[in-house]
Every structure is written in structure tokens, then in C-alpha cells.
Design a protein around this ligand. Structure first.
Ligand code: ZN
Ligand code: ZN
Length: 237
């Protein structure tokens, strides 16, 4: 009952399902508000991302900027980063539940919240979820970035692309690696597989720590002809 991911949330069937299974807060089991599996109290506890560096979304103190020191010294390969949340409670719990316990309902909730706060003044031509290596995909059964991108694509009307980019080399988990090691770890991990890279692309990822993974993808996209590459992350660590 937890994950009815294949059933459309719209239309008559959606209305029937909502009547049969009214929204329940995924964090505290209280009744959800509107169509969301989130209660108003828990919504108020979400660690919304505030002011950050427009290039890399490192948190900046109010009034500081425009760019953070790191981006001034060494501009990242992408043009902008938009973060929805800080990687903090209770969003961290929702993300680990999705990734390591297969709670796809968490992706639906987080993706819906993301869609209502997405930066759409200059919408990208394409949403590109960070791919998993086929081996990892087999283990996990789904790609969390793709699951988060689905509601975004549907609500914003921006196409979702999963065949353009492939992870061709398995990488060690980035956790515990330092900046330089992380960059080395993801080098040559991705390849443009087929198709044309549009001018304006948004890379979709669940958590951004140093930005080395999305940086490597942005480099590939630019080399293949993209003019503007944004990074949209659900949570910034
Ligand atoms: Zn709640
Ligand atoms: Zn920065």
C-alpha cells in the first residue's frame, strides 16, 4: 500500500484513490494537507534553503555575495545551482528512506514540494536526472534522482531525459572522500550516449555535497554543446 507508483494521481481514478487512501503525513502519520502526504506541522519543520551562492548554493550569510569565495577562485563548470532544502532533519530521513528502503512515496512527496518551488522564470529545455551505474540500478531497483524528477517534469511540463547520459564507470561512494579525491573518483564516469544536447539543461540530483559529480556531468554537457547548465538539487549538504 505504501508505493502505488504506477497509478496516475490525476483524473477520476486519482479522486477515488484519494478518497480510499486519504493523504497521511509520511513523517508523523497525522492527516495530510491538501493532496500532500505531509501535515501542516511537519511542513513547518522543513529546512527550506535560504540565501546561497547563485553558482554553487553554498549557504551565504545575508547580505554577502554575490558569489562565494570558492566560486570566485575557481568558477564551477555549471552556471547556477538551485537547492530546495538544506540536508537536515526531517528531509534527510525522507531521502534515506527513499534511497535505502525504497520508499517511492517519499519521492512523490518531495518531487511535488519541489515542483511548487522550482525556478521557472527561464525554464530549461530538459531535465536530466543524474544516472546510476547499471549495476547500482539493478541493486536498488530505481534511480532516486529520476523518481524525484518525474513529478517535476509532469508539473512543469519540461521533458525528462534518461537516455542522453550514461554512467559508464562504477564509482566508489563519494562519502568520506575529500574534494580532490571526489573529482578524481567521478572523472570519466559519464558519457553522452546518444541524441542531441539542447542549449539549456537542468541536472537533477537528490543531494549535493561538493558538487564534483554534477560538475563532471556539466563539463560533458558543455563539451557536447550545451550553453547553459543548471544544477537543481533537492538538498544541499
Ligand atoms: Zn506530520
Ligand atoms: Zn559558490
Amino acid at each position: 500500500m505504501e508505493d502505488t507508483g504506477k497509478v496516475s494521481a490525476g483524473g477520476l481514478l486519482g479522486a477515488l484513490l484519494r478518497w480510499l487512501y486519504p493523504p497521511v503525513c509520511l513523517l508523523c502519520r497525522a492527516p495530510g494537507a491538501g493532496d500532500l502526504d505531509l501535515c501542516p506541522g511537519c511542513r513547518g519543520d522543513l529546512p527550506w534553503f535560504g540565501h546561497g551562492c547563485p553558482a554553487c548554493a553554498r549557504p551565504l550569510p545575508p547580505g554577502a555575495g554575490p558569489l562565494c569565495g570558492a566560486c570566485l577562485k575557481r568558477p564551477p563548470p555549471f552556471d547556477a545551482t538551485h537547492a530546495l532544502f538544506h540536508y537536515a532533519a526531517p528531509v534527510d530521513r525522507l531521502i534515506t528512506g527513499l534511497k535505502y528502503r525504497g520508499r517511492l512515496s517519499h519521492a512523490r512527496l518531495l518531487g511535488e514540494l519541489w515542483a511548487s518551488h522550482a525556478p521557472v522564470t527561464d525554464p530549461p529545455d530538459l531535465l536530466l536526472p543524474v544516472p546510476l551505474h547499471p549495476e547500482r540500478l539493478r541493486e536498488r531497483g530505481f534511480n532516486q534522482s529520476l523518481e524525484l524528477a518525474r513529478p517535476l517534469s509532469r508539473r512543469l511540463g519540461i521533458p525528462l531525459e534518461t537516455g542522453l547520459l550514461q554512467r559508464v564507470r562504477p564509482t566508489r561512494a563519494q562519502q568520506g572522500l575529500k574534494g580532490k579525491e571526489r573529482r578524481r573518483n567521478v572523472r570519466a564516469a559519464f558519457e553522452i550516449a546518444a541524441g542531441t544536447v539542447p542549449a539549456h539543461v537542468a541536472i537533477i540530483d537528490d543531494v549535493m555535497t561538493t558538487g564534483s559529480t554534477v560538475g563532471e556531468i556539466a563539463r560533458q554537457l558543455k563539451r557536447a554543446g550545451a550553453e547553459r547548465v543548471e544544477v537543481w538539487v533537492l538538498a544541499r549538504a
